[in-house]
Design a protein. Sequence first.
Length: 255
Amino acid sequence: MFRRARTRAVAAVLISTSALVGTASLTSAAAATGAATGAAAAACDTTWHGISAGLWQTASRWSTGHVPTAAERVCLPSGAMVDLTAPSRAAGVWVASTARLRLLSGAQNAALTLGGVLHVASGGSLVLVNDGRSGASTRVLGGGGGGAVVVERGGRLETSGRNAAAFLVPVDVAGTASLFASWTRLTEVRALQGGLLQGRFHQANHIDRLLLRGGIAQRVTVQDRLDLTGGGNVDVLLADGSSVLEGPVTGNLRT
C-alpha cells in the first residue's frame, strides 16, 4: 500500500515540476513516444556506415570521413552496432530501431558529452558497460548547458558492470531503463506513460530527482526529490532527507 502519510508531511518543500526539468529542456512526451521520429532521423550531419560492429573513434566508418565533433548531429541507422570507448562529443545522437550505441570503459573512461538530445528510437538501445579493471567509468554528460536522453516506447537503456555509470543529463523514459551497474547515478528522470524504470535497491544506485508521469519505477533509490503528481506505479527507496510530492499512484515508498 502507498504510504500517504509520508507524502503529506513533506509535500510543501518541493519545487515546481517545470523547475525540476532544468535548463536542458527535454522533448515532449509525444516526441518521446515517436511523434518526432521522422524529423529527428532526418537531421544528420554524419552517419555511421555499415551494420557490422565498430568503434565510434574509427574515422572511416563515418560519412564525413572523420570522427564526430561537438558541432555534428550523429545518426546510427538500423543494424549499426557502435562501441564508444574514449571521451567523445556530439551535438546530438539518433539511435535507430535495431541499432545499438554502447559506451564501454576499459583502460579509460568512456564518456559522451552532448550538446543536444540523444534519442533512442523504438527497437534501439543505449548501453553503458564497464569491466571494473581500472576504475574507469561510463558517463553521458551535458555540454554548454544542454544535453538530454530520450528513450522512446520500445527503446532500451541499460547500465551494467562493476564500476560507475552515470547520466548527468535529464532522461525521459517511455521505453525500458534497466539500472544494473554496481554504481549508477542519474540526475533527473521522467518515467512517462508506458515507461519502465527498474533497478536494484542500493544507496550506490540512485536517482537525484524522479518525476513519475504515468510510468512505472521499481527497485530504485531516490536521493533528493520524488514527484508523483503525474501518476503511475512505484516501489521506491527514499534516501534520508528526500522529499515527496504526492500524486495518484499505487505501490510502496520505503525508507
